[in-house]
Design a protein around this ligand. Structure first.
Ligand SMILES: *Cc1c(COP(=O)(O)O)cnc(C)c1O
Length: 247
């Protein structure tokens, strides 16, 4: 495989209106690709101890890595403890575990909005059949519990699947507004997740990245008006950044 760095850089630039582009490295965790993504100004997501190790080996600062998962294993806890890697919590148990080990540290919460969408069922990561994220109806209790544990909820994250369409995007943005109202003004960031599609066949139109971006910037602004401060808005693409670069 040969990867064209200019394609990856152009995809990152196409998302420059977001406050951060966070690369979901399961799309390609080659160390040279990760280092190129870092030099192009993006930050990175990690879903395992191995992905944290790869991100740090590629030169990312620990604060530019986010660990997203629904549970901790021993190895991931060790990396997070040693390097102070921020955590995106996907379950109530994980929140309690993190708060007891790292008192006072803020967390972001991955929320399952109750629906998902993917270009195939295997890549749908929302809804009743998905293991991922805190169930939307549980969010008020989990936010209250986080406060009791002294772990401020500084961010909210949704990732409903790979292969976005604009109907689901509208629903996801509306859901995020509701979640932000539950957290209130301590909210510093929202994440749109990934799932941005790429054309697979001749004649397929490229993804309308401007429309996607506008929907999320508008969501950020509406949240800002509702809670009194506009959060930063992140996007978390994997495949969109790299899939068209490989030969
Ligand atoms: C896979 C994944 C993504 C990115 O999905 P793509 O379809 O590659 O854009 C984003 N966030 C998380 C947590 C993921 O697991």
């Amino acid at each position: 495989w040969v990867y064209d760095g200019a394609v990856i850089e152009a995809r990152i630039r196409s998302l420059a209106a977001f406050d951060a582009v966070r690369y979901a490295q399961k799309a390609n965790s080659n160390l040279a690709v990760l280092a190129l993504v870092r030099r192009a100004g993006a930050v990175v997501d990690a879903v395992s101890a191995g992905e944290i190790a790869r991100a740090l080996a590629a030169g990312f600062a620990p604060r530019d890595v986010t660990f997203t998962a629904d549970l901790f294993d021993t190895a991931a806890l060790a990396w997070i403890g040693r390097h102070d890697v921020p955590v995106n919590v996907g379950s109530p148990d994980m929140l309690a575990q993190y708060a007891s080990r790292h008192p006072g540290r803020g967390v972001t919460l991955r929320v399952n909005p109750g629906f998902g969408h993917g270009h195939a069922p295997q890549v749908n990561t929302g809804g009743e059949t998905s293991k991922h994220g805190i169930w939307h109806a549980d969010l008020p209790d989990v936010v209250a519990h986080a406060r009791q544990l002294g772990a401020p909820v500084t961010g909210l994250h949704v990732h409903i699947g790979s292969g976005s369409d604009f109907d689901h995007l509208t629903r996801t943005c509306a859901a995020m507004e509701g979640f932000a109202a539950i957290v209130g003004p301590e909210l510093e960031s929202i994440s749109a997740g990934g799932g941005l599609p790429i054309p697979y066949r001749d004649g397929e139109a490229p993804f309308d990245v401007e429309r996607f971006t506008r929907a999320w910037l508008d969501t950020r602004d509406r949240i800002g008006r509702a809670i009194g401060r506009a959060p930063r808005v992140e996007v978390e693409p994997g495949r969109y950044l790299v899939a068209e670069s490989g030969v």
